[in-house]
Write a protein that binds this ligand. Sequence first.
Ligand code: GAL
Length: 728
Amino acid sequence: MRLVIPFNHDWLFYPQPVGLETPPSAFSWVTLPHTNKLFPHHNFDDADYQFISTYRKVFTLPQPRRGRRVFLDFEGAMLAATVTINDHTFPEHKGGFTPFSYDITDYLHDDDENLLTVHLDSRERADIPPFGHTVDYMVFGGIYREVQLRYVDLARIEGVFVYAHEVLTDAPKLQIDVDVWNQRDQEFAGVVKATIYDGDQVIKTLLQSTTLAAGERVNVSLSEICQGATWESLQLWTLDQPHLYRIVIEFGDDQISTHFGFREAQFRNDGFYLNGKPLKLFGLNRHQNYPYIGAAAPARLQRKDAEILKYELGCNIVRTSHYPQSRHFLDRCDEIGLLVFEEIPGWQHIGDSDWQNLSLRDVKAMIERDRNHPSIIIWGVRINESFDEPDFYTKTNALARSLDPTRPTGGVRFFLGGDFLEDVYTFNDFSNGILEPDHTPHLVTEFNGHMFPTKSYDNEERLVEHALRHARIQSLQMSTGGVAGAIGWCAFDYNTHKEFGAGDRICYHGVMDIFRLPKHAAYFYASQQAPSQRVILHAATTWKLGDLKEGVIEPIYVFSNCDRIEVFIGGVQQLAQYTRDVQQFPNLPYAPFKLMNLGVLLAHPYGELRIVGYLNDQAVAECCITQDAFPQRLTLQADDAVIQADGIDMTRIVFKITDDYGTPLPYTHTVVTFEVEGEADLIGENPFALVGGQAAVYLKARFTPGPVRVRAKTPYHALAEVLIVLQA
Ligand code: GAL
C-alpha cells in the first residue's frame, strides 16, 4: 500500500553550510514551509537571504518498509538542494519552483535512526533559471514548500492524466492515462481500476488488465463515453459552479487520487470561450511572495490569495507570474472557479544549453504536476519577456504539446513581431492602450505596472489615476475584437531588487498593497463583478479638499455595480443625477460613476459625503466619508477565527487606524505595538510604524490547542484585541 506521510515537522535549521561537527544544539527547530530568514516588509537587502543553509532531520521509519520503495518528495526548495541520507549524497537538484524526489530506499536504516541533511544554496546562481541577469522580484530562500515521505510498491502508479473532451456534445469523452511501472524483477499482471466519484457517490468504475514485464513502464489508457443514465447529471466546471469530480486509480496494491472537471476552454481567433460561451478574460498577475515570510506561506495563505483574486477583486483569471505556484493555490482556483495562466520560471534572460535543459525540465515538471487542474487553461512556455530563441522555444512548445494535447501554449513577449511558435499570442502591452498584433488569438498578459507605480499612501490624484488606468485598458480590451482578455500588472505589491521598485525594495505595482489590502484600483476590479456575486460601492476619494491641487475635488469616481446611486453632502441630497462615465469607459460591464458639480469649496464647511447604492430600487449599499476625519480607533481583524495547532498554520491579522466611520486614514503614522497571549507567534514588525493607515501581521500557531489573544496598542487609542482559537 502507498503511504504518504507529511514530513514538515522537526527539522533543524542552521543558516550556514555545516557538517556533523556542528551539534544539534546549535541549530534551531523549524517547520516547513520555511523561509531561511524573516524580514521586515520592506527596506532590507536581498543579499541577506542569499546564502547556503543546512537543514537536518533525524527520523526512524514511521512504518516498516515491507518491500516497498521509499521516496522523499520536495515540493519546492529555493534554489539548489544537495540532499544526503545517511552516507549517500544525491547529485545537486537545481531549481526552486518545481518538485523533485529521491528514491532513498537503498540508503535507509530500517531499524535505526536516519540522518537526512539538505544543504540548500539560496544564492542567485547564473546556472539556474530564472537567474543570469537581474529579475524584478525577490526569490527568497528556504525549503519553502512541503516535503513528504512516500512509500510505494514496486508495481505502482507513477501518475495519471485525466481529461475530458468534446464535453459540449451529447457524448462527452473522458480519457484517463495512467502511467504504471513494474520495478519487480519478474512480470506483474494487474488491473488498472479507475473509480469516479461525484461527492461521496461512486458514479463509474473502469477497468483495464495489463501485464508488465520486469522493469517495464507503460501508459495504460482508459476511456469512457459519458452518455446514458450514469452521466445524465453530468455537471460542467464553470466559473459560477466549478463542479469537481474525484477519481481514484488503483493498480496492484497501489492507489492515488486526484480531482478533475468537465470543461471546454478554447482560444479562438475572435477570443476566449469557456464551455462554448465567449468570455473576456479579466484578471491580474500574482507573485507568490508575502511580507516577512518570503514565499514560505502555508496552505491557508495560499488558498486565501485565490479567494482574494476571485471574490475581493472579481477576477476570472490569474497569471502565475513568473513560475509554477503552490498546489494549494491551484487547488483553490479549481474549487472556486478562477482560471489560471501558468508559466515556467524565467525573466527576460535565457542561459546556455544546460540552463535551457533545466528550463525544459521545468516545462515537464510543471505540466506533469498540474495538468489535471481544470482551472489551468494555458501553459506559458517562453521565458517571460525574452527575445526569440527558435531552437529552444520549438522544443518547449513541442514538449508541452506532447505532455498535454488539450491546452494551448503561450509565450509572453514584450515586443510585437518575432517568432510566433505558440498557440496564443501572449503580449505584455505597456503602450497604455491595446496594440494590434499580427497574430490571433491575442491575450494581453501585462499592462500598467511600472508605467504608474502607486503606493496606498500616495497622493489621492495618483491613486485615482492608477485605478482609472486599469479601468481604461480593461474597457479598451473589452471592445477590441480578437483580444481574449487582459491580465493587469499586478494583484499585490511585492519585494524586489534595487534595480526596480521604489528604493525600499518594494514594487508598488499592485492594485492591493503587499499585505493584500486594497488601493482604489482594487475596487475598480471588484466593481466589475455582477452584484449577485458581491455588491460594491466605493468612492475613490478621501474627501479632503486640501489634499488636492487647486482645491478642486472633482471629478470623484465611484466604483460600483449598483444600478444607480444617490449622493448626499452634509445630509443634503444632490439633485444632479450621477451617471456612469460611459464616454471614457464605454465597454466595461460597470463603468465608474462620475460625480461633478458638487459645489464644494476650500475654506467652506461641506459636511460628510454619503452615497447610497440601489439595485432594483432597493438601497443595498452605503458609503460615508467624513470631511472631519480624525484617527479615532485602532482595530484588529483576523482572517480566521480558528487555525490548526500544528506549528505551521498561519492567519493574517489586519490592523487599521480609522476615523469614526471605519475609514482608514492613509497619513496616520502612529506606532502600533502587539502582544500575544497563548501558544502562537507573531510574524511581522513589532512595533510597527504604520504607513497608509493600515497593514497586517501574521499569527503562526505553535503546537498546543487553545485560545490565543492578540492585542494591539498605540499611545493614543483604546486597546484592540482579537481572539483566535488553535484547534487540534
Ligand atoms: C514586466 C515584467 C514584470 C514586471 C512588470 C512591471 O516587464 O514582465 O515581471 O517587472 O514589467 O511593470
